[in-house]
Ligand binder design. Structure first.
Ligand code: ZN
Length: 1030
C-alpha cells in the first residue's frame, strides 16, 4: 500500500483489512459480558394520562360483537356530535402509575372508555362520498372545517358552527405521572482511540490514481459537485427559519423522487405573506388540531431541513441515512427537558446507495485525539492545519492530503472528496485489520421435522438457493454449509471428490460435536455440484419423516462450533416451538389473553439460552438470522434473542404453508431472494461519535454494545436500521453547530476491509421555539416507538402505551405554555408536529402496542422487533400506511421517469370516510400493498384495469394486475411499480373485495376511525386537549 489511489469502484477491489479495536478473542470485558445497552433510569411513580380502551364491561352487553371485517365504522354510524355519546364510565380503579418518556409531574388522568358504536362495514357504502363534503348525514366533527391552511377565522365562529364542545369527561383520582425518565448520566468519556494514528506521510509523488472522469460520474448527481462550487460560488447565508434550503440530495438521476418541501408558498398567498411579515417559519405556524382535519401532505412527509448556512447544508448527510429527532439541537439539557421531545439519531448506515464515493488511500485522515474521520464540517485553519469538529483539536494536514485526486491539483485539501462528501467509503489499509479478512461464509440450518416438511417451505428454500447460488455475495473463497435437524442434528459432508453428499447424524444432542470438522463447510465454487445435488434432494429426503421434535438449541450449538473459526452468517429456519435439548421452550401463550384489555404477558424471553448463545456467536463474528414459519406459537420473544444480540435479522411468516397460504409463500420467496442476494458486510463494528458535550446513552436495533459508543455487528445488511438516544452532558453555549459521525467498519463479501462514514451537522439553538421549529415528527415517532418497545418488556404494555400518549401531551403542553405567546383555545400544535398525535395514535393501534383486539403473541413480538429494526422510511409505512384513490388518477402532477409517466395521487387520511363504494383504493403498508375494490367500482376500471366485466367477476386472491393495453392500466401499474422501486424488498399486492379475508387487515389500518377497543383520532385529540388544558 505504498501508493494510495482514489478508486471509483463501489464494491470491487482487493485490499484486505480488519479492524479498529476488533479483537475476536477478547470481546467482552468481564463486567460487561451479557449486558444489554444501558437503559435510561425509568421512573415509575406517576399517573396514567393515556386514554384506556374500554373494558369489555363498558359496552352494552346486548350488542353484537362486530365481525372482523367491521373494525372500522361506517361514517354514518358515528355519533354526529359528542353529545350523543353515552355517559362515560370511569374504571373501577386506576393504577397508581403513569408514564411519560421524560419526567414526572402529577396529572389528573381520566379514564375514557368510548361508547360502543355500531360497526357497519364500509362495504355497505354505496353512494360516493365526497371526500370533503359537508353533507348533514355525515358527522360534523369530521367535516373539513379548515381543509386548506388559510388564515384562521375567529375561533368562536368555527367553534360554534363546526366544532363540538369538548365532552364532559369523568375524571378519576389523580395518580402520578410516570415517565421514560431522564437518561442516566451517560457512559461517555472521550471515546477510546479506535485505531492507530494515521502515519504521517512525507512527500509522495503522484500518490493518487486519480480518475476525475469516473469521479464525476460517481458523485456528480447525488452529491454536490466537487467543482468550483465549494468556494467560488458564494451562497447567501440563510436567515434562520426562513424557507428551507433546497433539498441537497435532489439528483439529476432521480429528481422524480423528490417530494417538494412544504413551503410557505404552497400554503396560499395570504398565509405566505403572513409568514413573511411575521418572520415566523412555517414549521411554527399554529395549528388547531381540532379544527384542521386535513394535515397530511399530498405526498410523502419530508424531513425538515436543518437551518444551516446553505453551503454547509449542501454538504450535509442525506436524511435517508442519518436523521436526528431535533434538527436544531438545544443548547442545554435543561432546555431539552423543557421541550419534552426525545433527542436521538436514526440511522440506516448500510443502505444501498446508487452513488457512493469510495476512496483508497494509505492514509485515512482522522483526528489524533478523538479519532473522528475528516469530514465536510471540519475547519481548515490554513492549508496545513484542520480543526476537528467533534473535539476541537487542531490537527496537521498530512502531506498526502494536499493533493486532490479529483482536480489533480496540489494545495487544495478542502477540495478532497473526504471534505466534500458527508457519506464516503474508505478501503482500509492494513492497520485496520487484526486478522486477515475472512471469506464470506454461509451456513443454512433447516428444520426438517414432520411439521416443517408438511409446510412445504423446504422446496422454496432449496429452489431459491439453487436459483441464486451464483448471486450469493462473495468471491472465490466463499464457503457454504448445511445443517438439518429434527430431534437429532444432521451435518452434510460436501467435500470435493465425493460422488454425492454424505449425511452425518449426531444423535447426542446433549453434547453436539462436529463429525468431520473440515468437510462440513466447503468452498462454494469448488463443490458447487455437490451443493446443488444436496439442494435438489433435500426436500425429498425427509418427505416421509415421522419425527415431530425440534432440537433447535443443539442445532444452533452445532452451527456455532462450525463457524467459530471464521465467523459468518447462519440462516435458521424454524417452524415450531423447540421442545428438546438445550434451549427447549414451553408454550406460554394463552389464546384467551390475545385480546388483553390491558397488559400482555410473556413479552420477555423465557430463558437466557438464546441470548447467551448469541453473545458467544457475536464474539466469533457469527450472526444468526431467524426465519420463523409457523402456524403455532413459537415463543419469538425467546427465540428472537439469537438474532437480536448477534446482529441478525428476524423474518416471520405466520401460518406459512405452500398450498394453504400462497400469499405468505410469495412473500417468503421474494424476501428470501432479496436476503440471499443483497449486500452483506462481515466482522463489522459501528462507532457513533458526537461533538463534545453530547453523549449517547441507549442504542436500539440488533447488535451487541461492546463499549459506550461501539456496536458489534458480526453481519451488517442494507436493510437494517438503528436508533440512538442522546443527552446533553455539557452545555453547548459557545457552539453554532454540532456534528455526529457514524463509522461502520466491515469486511466486504469480497474480502476487503472498508469503512463507511456518515457525518451529520446540525445547528445549536437557545430558544424553545427554535427547538420546536426543527422537530422531525417522523424521527421523533420512530425513536419513541423503540423506547416504548423497551418499556413494554421492562415494565408493561400499559406503561408503554401511557408513555406514548404522554409524549404527545407533554410536548404539546410545553409548546402551549412556553412557546405560544398568544393563548388561543383549541388543541394547538406547531405545524411541524401536527402529525404527532396522529402518529402516536397509529402506534397505539399498531400490532405491537394495541390492546383489546386479538393479536397473537408472536405477531405482537414480531411487530416490536420490526419497530426496533426497520429503517425509518419503512417503519413509518408500517405504522401509518399511505392510502390513495387509484380509480380516477390523472396525469396532473405526474412524474416523468425514463419516459414513463408515473401519476401521483394524493395521500388520503386513513378513515373509511375516504373510501367510497364506487372507487378503488390502494394502501401502501410498506411490505404489503392492498388494492381495495369498491362494490360499485366503475365498470371502466374493472374492464380497463382488472380485465373483468363486473365486480362479481373479480377473482378472490387476485395478486397481480393484468398487463392491459389501456391508459388506466398503464397508469396504475406505473404507480405501483414506482412504489415498489423505492424499497429494496418487494411488497406483494393483494386485490381485495368485501368478501376477502384480508379486508380485516386493510380496515385495521384505518387509524383515524374508532374501533370497539380504541379511540378515533378526534376522540384522541379531545383526550389530549383535556390533559393539556389542566
Ligand atoms: Zn477530534
Amino acid at each position: 500500500m505504498s501508493s494510495s489511489g482514489f478508486a471509483s469502484q463501489n464494491g470491487a477491489g482487493a485490499t484486505y483489512a480488519n479492524g479498529l479495536s476488533q479483537n475476536p478473542v477478547a470481546l467482552y470485558p468481564s463486567n460487561q459480558g451479557y449486558m444489554t445497552p444501558p437503559q435510561p433510569g425509568y421512573l415509575n411513580a406517576m399517573p396514567a394520562k393515556a386514554p384506556t380502551p374500554p373494558a369489555p364491561s363498558c359496552y352494552n352487553p346486548s350488542r353484537q360483537q362486530p365481525s372482523p371485517v367491521a373494525m372500522s365504522q361506517h361514517p354514518l354510524s358515528l355519533p354526529s356530535s359528542p353529545n350523543h355519546r353515552p355517559a362515560l364510565v370511569p374504571p373501577a380503579h386506576t393504577p397508581p402509575l403513569t408514564n411519560s418518556f421524560y419526567q414526572q409531574h402529577p396529572q389528573q388522568p381520566p379514564r375514557w372508555p368510548p361508547p360502543a358504536v355500531n360497526h357497519a362495514s364500509p362495504a355497505l357504502i354505496s353512494t360516493p362520498q365526497q371526500p370533503y363534503s359537508t353533507g348533514t348525514s355525515t358527522p360534523l366533527v369530521f367535516q373539513n372545517t379548515m381543509q386548506s391552511p388559510a388564515p384562521l377565522p375567529p375561533y368562536s365562529a368555527l367553534n360554534n358552527t363546526h366544532m363540538p364542545a369538548a365532552p364532559a369527561l369523568n375524571i378519576v383520582a389523580p395518580h402520578t405521572h410516570h415517565s421514560f425518565g431522564k437518561p442516566p448520566a451517560a457512559l461517555r468519556g472521550t471515546p477510546p482511540p479506535s485505531g492507530p494514528p494515521p502515519p504521517l506521510v512525507t512527500h509522495n509523488d503522484g500518490p493518487y490514481s486519480a480518475q476525475p472522469g469516473a469521479m464525476n460520474r460517481l458523485m456528480g448527481t447525488a452529491y454536490p459537485s466537487l467543482q468550483p462550487a465549494y468556494q467560488s460560488v458564494p451562497t447567501p447565508q440563510k436567515p434562520p427559519h426562513m424557507q428551507p434550503a433546497a433539498q441537497p440530495y435532489s439528483t439529476a438521476a432521480a429528481p422524480q423522487y423528490q417530494q417538494p418541501t412544504v413551503s410557505a408558498a404552497q400554503l396560499g398567498p395570504s398565509l405566505a405573506a403572513l409568514n413573511l411579515q411575521s418572520q415566523m417559519p412555517e414549521a411554527l405556524r399554529v395549528v388547531n388540531l381540532l379544527q384542521e382535519r386535513s394535515l397530511l401532505p399530498p405526498g410523502a412527509v419530508t424531513p425538515p431541513t436543518p437551518c444551516l448556512p446553505q453551503d454547509l447544508q449542501r454538504l450535509n448527510c442525506s436524511p435517508e441515512v442519518f436523521r436526528c429527532t431535533l434538527t436544531s439541537i438545544p443548547q442545554t439539557q435543561t432546555l431539552l427537558n423543557k421541550a419534552k421531545l426525545p433527542l436521538g439519531l436514526l440511522l440506516h448506515p448500510f443502505k444501498d446507495l446508487s452513488q457512493l464515493p469510495v476512496v483508497t488511500s494509505s492514509t485515512i485522515v482522522r483526528c489524533r485525539s478523538c479519532r473522528t474521520y475528516i469530514n465536510p464540517f471540519v475547519s481548515f485553519l490554513d492549508q496545513r492545519r484542520w480543526k476537528c469538529n467533534l473535539c476541537y483539536r487542531v490537527n496537521d494536514v498530512p502531506e498526502e492530503f494536499m493533493y486532490n485526486p479529483v482536480s489533480r491539483s496540489y494545495g487544495e485539501p478542502h477540495k478532497r472528496p473526504e471534505v466534500q462528501n458527508a457519506t464516503i467509503e474508505f478501503i482500509a489499509p492494513s492497520e485496520y485489520m487484526l486478522r486477515p479478512p475472512q471469506p464470506a461464509v454461509y451456513l443454512f440450518v433447516l428444520d426438517v421435522s414432520h411439521n416443517a416438511v408438511e409446510t412445504g417451505y423446504l422446496d422454496v428454500v432449496c429452489q431459491s438457493l439453487l436459483d441464486n447460488l451464483n448471486s450469493l455475495p462473495g468471491d472465490a473463497r466463499t464457503k457454504i454449509g448445511f445443517i438439518t435437524f429434527d430431534s437429532t442434528i444432521h451435518f452434510y459432508n460436501l467435500q470435493e471428490g465425493l460422488s454425492q453428499p454424505q449425511m452425518l447424524i449426531v444423535s447426542d444432542i446433549e453434547d453436539v460435536f462436529l463429525p468431520t470438522p473440515d468437510s462440513l463447510l466447503v468452498n462454494l465454487s469448488e463443490c458447487k455440484e455437490l451443493v446443488q445435488d444436496l439442494l435438489r434432494s433435500l426436500p425429498q429426503m425427509f418427505s416421509k419423516t415421522m419425527e415431530t421434535q425440534s432440537a433447535l438449541g443443539p442445532a444452533l450449538q452445532g452451527a456455532f462450533k462450525l463457524l467459530s473459526p471464521t465467523g459468518g452468517r447462519v440462516s435458521v429456519f424454524q417452524t415450531q416451538l423447540p421442545a428438546v435439548g438445550a434451549g427447549a421452550l414451553k408454550p406460554r401463550e394463552e389464546p384467551s389473553q390475545r385480546a388483553a384489555v390491558k397488559d400482555v404477558q410473556h413479552l420477555s424471553p423465557a430463558t437466557d439460552f438464546y441470548k447467551k448463545l448469541a453473545l458467544d456467536c457475536s464474539g466469533q463474528q457469527i450472526a444468526v438470522d431467524l426465519f420463523l414459519l409457523s402456524a403455532q406459537y413459537c415463543d419469538l420473544a425467546s427465540l428472537g434473542c439469537i438474532s437480536r444480540y448477534s446482529a441478525g435479522c428476524v423474518y416471520y411468516y405466520p401460518s406459512y404453508h405452500n398450498h394453504h397460504n400462497p400469499s405468505q409463500t410469495e412473500r417468503f420467496q421474494k424476501d428470501f431472494k432479496r436476503y440471499l442476494t443483497r449486500k452483506i458486510g462481515f466482522e463489522a463494528v459501528m462507532r457513533i461519535r458526537c461533538t463534545k458535550g453530547l453523549s449517547i446513552h441507549t442504542f436500539h436495533g440488533n447488535f451487541f454494545v461492546r463499549s459506550t459508543d461501539l456496536l458489534s455487528l458480526p453481519n451488517v445488511n442494507p436493510d437494517a436500521g438503528f436508533a440512538v438516544q442522546m443527552s446533553i452532558e455539557e452545555n453547548l453555549l459557545d457552539m453554532q453547530v454540532v456534528s455526529f459521525q457514524a463509522a461502520l467498519l466491515y469486511t466486504s463479501s469480497k474480502g476487503e476491509r472498508r469503512i463507511r462514514v456518515h457525518t451529520l451537522c446540525l445547528p445549536v439553538v437557545s430558544s424553545l421555539s427554535d427547538i420546536f421549529a426543527g422537530a422531525d415528527v417522523q424521527a421523533v415517532t420512530a425513536l419513541l416507538a423503540s423506547m416504548a418497545v423497551d418499556r413494554s418488556v421492562s415494565a408493561s404494555l400499559s406503561d408503554a402505551r401511557d408513555a406514548l400518549t404522554n409524549a404527545a401531551i407533554d410536548s404539546l403542553t410545553s409548546y402551549r405554555t412556553s412557546v405560544l405567546t398568544i393563548q388561543q383555545p383549541g388543541l394547538l400544535s406547531p405545524a411541524c408536529l401536527c402529525l404527532f398525535p396522529l402518529y402516536i395514535l397509529a402506534l397505539l393501534k399498531y400490532k405491537a402496542f394495541r390492546t383489546g383486539t386479538s393479536a397473537r403473541l408472536d405477531e405482537r413480538v414480531f411487530a416490536m422487533c420490526q419497530l426496533k429494526y426497520q429503517p425509518l422510511a419503512y417503519l413509518m409505512l408500517m405504522v401509518h400506511p399511505a392510502l390513495y384513490r387509484v380509480d380516477n388518477m390523472t396525469d396532473e402532477g405526474a412524474l416523468n421517469i425514463n419516459e414513463r409517466t408515473v401519476p401521483q395521487p394524493r395521500v388520503l387520511q386513513l378513515t373509511v370516510e375516504k373510501l367510497s363504494g364506487d372507487g378503488a383504493f390502494l394502501m401502501d403498508h410498506g411490505t404489503v400493498l392492498y388494492l381495495w375494490i369498491g362494490r360499485n367500482c366503475s365498470p371502466t376500471f374493472l374492464t380497463q384495469v382488472l380485465g373483468v366485466q363486473s365486480y362479481a367477476a373479480v377473482p378472490q386472491n387476485m395478486k397481480q394486475l393484468p398487463e392491459l393495453d389501456t391508459t388506466e392500466s398503464s397508469r396504475i401499474r406505473a404507480f405501483i411499480d414506482w412504489l415498489r422501486e423505492q424499497r429494496p424488498f418487494y411488497p406483494i399486492l393483494h386485490i381485495i373485495k368485501d368478501e376477502s379475508e384480508l379486508k380485516a387487515e386493510f380496515m385495521h389500518n384505518m387509524t383515524e376511525d374508532r374501533t370497539e377497543s380504541a379511540l378515533s383520532y378526534y376522540e384522541f385529540l379531545l383526550h389530549l386537549q383535556q390533559q393539556i388544558s389542566k
